[in-house]
Design a protein around this ligand. Structure first.
Ligand code: DC
Length: 218
């Protein structure tokens, strides 16, 4: 049986940073499920599909073959055979992913892929519905959150460090909008699984969070 660590939480809570460190520490693979939803959104966007057209999104998503490979420990997302990692981290693709991930056909495809990966490998998987839907029997479940204000400030610092012009107020508004969309959708909304441990990282360092999760694994 594989060992499964599920980390869910809202955008910008630090899930991927923490999950990568835990995966490294435990020599597990890190599965970034958000990147899969982003790759799907990127595909739909590049095909100029109207994200509000549910039937068309449901049909077109069947054409996107999304797979995951690991190169030097890094997750590489292949979309119809092409490495699309470089296109996934923009705000535009993130917002589109939050929107198109509401579609049941999109979720069905990606959830199957995620379950398959976790059945064959020891994983640290992060997302929105991992503890509730994808891996309900995970060995460790964490719901990682932080206040919208703190999450916006972290994102602002990250973009500023890259030299990108950005507006703190607008980032916070986008985060709140994305939370609402992810928490209130009909299928697999973002919520804390009843058996997940809540960690609020607002006033914790990355190392403190990693330490707490590693302790849960013991
Ligand atoms: O974690 P992220 O920002 O890369 O995720 C992008 C969007 O994808 C997120 O707003 C909602 C969706 N998503 C999802 O619905 N289920 C997941 N397990 C992961 C992401």
């Amino acid at each position: 049986m594989s060992y499964q660590i599920a980390i869910d939480g809202p955008a910008g809570a630090g899930k991927s940073t923490i999950a990568k460190k835990i995966a490294k520490e435990k020599a597990f693979i890190y599965v970034d499920t958000g990147a899969m939803y982003r790759a799907m959104a990127y595909y739909l966007f590049s095909q100029r599909i109207n994200p509000e057209d549910d039937a068309l999104v449901g049909e077109k998503c069947q054409e996107a073959d999304i797979t995951i490979q690991y190169e030097g420990g890094e997750q590489v997302v292949l979309l119809n055979g092409e490495n699309v990692n470089a296109h996934l981290r923009t705000e535009e693709v993130g917002n589109m992913a939050s929107f198109t991930s509401k579609n049941p056909k999109v979720r069905e495809r990606l959830t199957a892929l995620q379950k398959n990966l976790a059945s064959k490998n020891n994983v640290v998987m992060d997302g929105r519905d991992i503890g509730t839907c994808v891996l309900p029997g995970a060995d460790v479940k964490v719901y990682l959150t932080a206040s919208a204000q703190v999450r916006a400030k972290r994102r602002f610092d990250e973009l500023s460090a890259k030299g990108e012009a950005c507006d703190l107020q607008k980032i916070e508004e986008d985060i709140i909008k994305r939370d609402e969309q992810d928490m209130n959708r009909e299928i697999a909304p973002l919520k804390q699984a009843s058996d997940a441990v809540l960690i609020d990282s607002s006033y914790m360092t990355i190392e403190e969070v990693v330490k707490e999760i590693l302790a849960l694994c013991r």
